[in-house]
Design a protein around this ligand. Sequence first.
Ligand code: SAH
Length: 458
Amino acid sequence: MKANKEIPVKKNEKYTVKVEDLTHEGMGVAKIEGYPLFIENALPGEEMEVKIHKTGKSFGFAKAMKRLTSSQNRVELQDENYTRVGITPLQHMSYPAQLDFKRQQVRNVMQRIAKLPEVPVFETIGMAEPWGYRNKAQIPVRKIDDKLTTGFFRKNSHDVIPMENFKIQDPKIDKAILVVRDIMREFNVKPYNEGPNTGNLRHIIVRRGYYTGEMMIILVTRTPKLFPTSKILPAITEALPEVVSIVQNVNPTRTNTIMGDENIVLWGRDNYRDSLLGNTFEISARSFYQVNPTQTEKLYQTVLDYAELTGEETVIDAYCGIGTISLSLAKAAKQVYGIEMIEAAVENAKNNAEINEIDNVTFETGLAEEVMLQWSDEDMKADLVVVDPPRKGLEPSFIEAVVKMQPTKMIYVSCNPATLARDLALLNEGGYSVEKIQPVDLFPQTHHVESVTLLVKK
Ligand code: SAH
């Protein structure tokens, strides 16, 4: 960049650039006099005419106007809308290139952040058909053209773009959303109006068990009162025979968070079922459950393979959710201890152990970092610690507790390469060697990178 830090581009001007790289969110990066421009729908190697739409001090954003050359990794867009709403930011990239991109993300952070460039990062395990995989949809409801309408938010905005086919969701879920939408229209339910915080129906959430076909419908409303339920509920269950549970979730607040704290079971059970690696799971409205079931099985199988259990081991599964990994491990271990902070998920987990007649597993409600610290203070010993934390990764106190407990092995399931690399560096310093990393594609067409890492006590 110029010494006086003058920005070398002007807003609304057009320039011809060559894309050099990709950000971790999958945006193309081109430079003008060293000034980086981020461009949607742009792949490395491509030359294009772009128009500047935003300039910051050290980088800007540009829109691709005309592509002059195309990358061999480019595939045709499924739909322009999908770029505008941002649910499939990699839809213009061929699937093999997406898998490669994700592997490269992990390699980059292992080099840049963890400073462990020699750790093997394997080829990303992908899907045969990388569309229609999501088992859960959370769809905003708004009034558009005077009608209750479902769709998705335009990127960085609160405007809903009407959409009926979401392409990455189970098509049966897409269909269910339209059925529920039409029933809501028929009975004059008021769509939520975000500005003044008026109206009622905010979101329609549909979750469906891949192996069971059981469906849960969650109607997120602003107020506890709801429509003529006596008419709406039979209409839904008649039109959608797979439905086993209809839950109302009340979210009165002005917030981007989709669900509120209050759940009211309107019809049927308070859970739906699915199975993974032969175990059956009950899942309640508030519980986390991986969104891509067939890839989740490959992820868990990788965990099992890395664990190499003989039946003699004591295992801790931290951030265990409804116990999906815990129960898969329990069949091959002596004893498994799960830790999870959401009470409802722990209840699901305990019940799931019972349903599957697994009795060598116990679940503890609490913060993983606190429970681990307590257990290590009590001199509890474990042979294997499995973690599957949210995007922010592990707390330093959790890592301290692991180092104190000295398990022989650790397996780190991560949904964020940056925090993974940060934590692996700390664990490496604490006496754990990072053996190998297996990325698994849980979120095709998006930039999200999931991986399994094996660590062994030095
Ligand atoms: N292993 C499970 C869940 C992974 S998602 C599965 O594969 O399905 C991460 C889980 O960690 C969520 O259930 C979340 O509620 C829980 N969680 C998040 N922060 C936590 C913390 N500090 N302590 C314990 N659990 C936590």
